[in-house]
Design a protein around this ligand. Structure first.
Ligand code: SDX
Length: 374
């Protein structure tokens, strides 16, 4: 009997979710029923984080309390801070994020408690501390003093402040906030499914998020935004772009920032992120990357009918904001912790151990020959 193998679980529906859906009728990603681009226009990231975790947009009072908890939890333990100071300076920031969350798990008093209430409290600690841990490493590896979080700054403002020592223009902060909203959640992508798989054995939330970070690092997933920047740096100038991308396709290269398992005629998040990429380029008076962006995009669509995904505009935007290239995917992490956590809570609420089957292609049965006769 030949099994019907769906490599990569292509097209396989494995569970239900209420967190998000790409709604074809409006060609848009929606979080708990709200279109992502609508949330970008009308909400700040903290409101969307609350929505994804709790299922409803917060009232002013609920938002105030949510922000109060997030800001209170920004403080890192002495152990975590000392550990970060001793990480190898050459560590990839994604490995720093993964390790920092693991250390948080070692220390968290509620690690063993998988109740929804305890998990939500742990989520707030991971959500609040991970950006602070990353920013601390950002400073340390440059030989600079760590900048402590400022609790009168928003989530986005505070990340800039801790990395660069100042909050940039409001257009830059808004573009960053929009990128966090767009990165927050995307149903059963590979890192979210990793988190759900780990959760399905009733393991703890720190382990599930650690696994998700490891999965997101891959260039076929979140790591693509970093690879997009490496590609643009190789292209260097707009006049090189046409030849560069045509040569890449002639060599059958996989072009990072393009294609998607779910979207086959364009990632619904791209138009919004592209608009904010332009705004940032205008503020920074640097149009070079936009020119490269447009030339590469046109060839990919004309030659392969493959459209950009959200990582394509986000890469150059983060570059123009001044972040080191290897910090692009960690920014994806500090946003996606919300989506991962919502799915972890959902998995617990209706759990079934995730254990697929495999089609065996190995040796048929054979007897063991003792060593002295082999
Ligand atoms: C994210 O799932 C999510 O929701 C993820 C995400 C989220 O928010 O969580 O949206 C975030 O991870 C976005 C994707 C970022 N990754 C990249 O940009 C890496 C480059 N993209 C490709 O590796 C690819 O498009 C995938 C992995 C994203 C999706 O690939 P699939 O669905 O497994 O399809 P495939 O690789 O089998 O490609 C089908 C065909 C192949 O050609 P043939 O072998 O059939 O001739 O399309 C080609 C591929 O070669 N193709 C590409 C391509 N993407 C697909 N060719 C060149 N460059 C590409 N980027």
């Amino acid at each position: 009997m030949t099994e019907d193998i769906k490599k990569g679980l292509l097209g396989i529906v494995v569970d239900e979710t209420e967190v998000s859906k790409v709604m074809p009728e409006i060609n848009s990603l929606t979080y708990r029923g709200y279109a992502a681009q609508d949330l970008c226009a009308k909400c700040k990231f903290e409101e969307v984080a609350y929505l994804i975790l709790n299922g409803e947009l917060p009232s002013e009072k609920q938002l105030k309390n949510f922000e109060k908890v997030e800001r209170k939890e920004r403080k890192l333990s002495k152990t975590l801070l000392e550990s970060i100071k001793n990480f190898p300076k050459k560590s990839h920031p994604m490995d720093v994020a993964r390790t920092a969350v693991s250390i948080m798990g070692l220390e968290d008093k509620e690690t063993k408690d998988n109740s929804q209430e305890a998990n939500l409290r742990k989520v707030m600690r991971i959500f609040a501390k991970t950006p602070v841990a990353l920013a601390a490493f950002y400073r340390i590896r440059k030989g600079k003093k760590i900048i402590k979080p400022k609790n009168n700054l928003s989530f986005s403002e505070n990340f800039f402040y801790m990395c660069f020592g100042k909050v940039p223009e409001k257009e830059i902060v808004k573009a960053f906030d929009v990128s966090l909203v767009l990165y927050a959640e995307h149903s059963f992508n590979v890192s979210t499914f990793t988190a759900r798989t780990i959760t399905s054995s009733l393991s703890d939330i720190h382990g599930a998020i650690t696994g998700a970070i490891a999965s997101l690092k891959g260039p076929l997933h979140g790591g693509a935004n970093e690879e997009v920047m490496h590609m643009m740096n190789k292209i260097k100038k707009p006049e090189n772009a046409l030849n560069w991308i045509n040569n890449a396709l002639d060599q059958k290269a996989v072009v990072m920032g393009f294609g998607h398992r779910v979207y086959k005629s364009g990632d619904s998040r791209v138009p919004t992120m592209r608009e904010y990429f332009s705004k940032v380029a205008r503020v920074k008076k640097d149009k070079k990357f936009e020119k490269i962006y447009d030339i590469v995009e046109k060839v990919m669509i004309d030659r392969k009918n493959i459209h950009p995904n959200v990582d394509y505009p986000t890469g150059p935007t983060y570059h123009l904001m001044g972040f080191d290239t290897d910090f692009f995917t960690p920014i994806f992490v500090i946003s996606r912790i919300t989506g991962w956590s919502a799915h972890i809570l959902e998995q617990h609420a209706a759990n079934k151990l995730i254990r697929p089957l495999a089609s065996y292609k190995g040796n048929s049965y054979r007897k063991v020959v003792p060593l002295n006769q082999r």
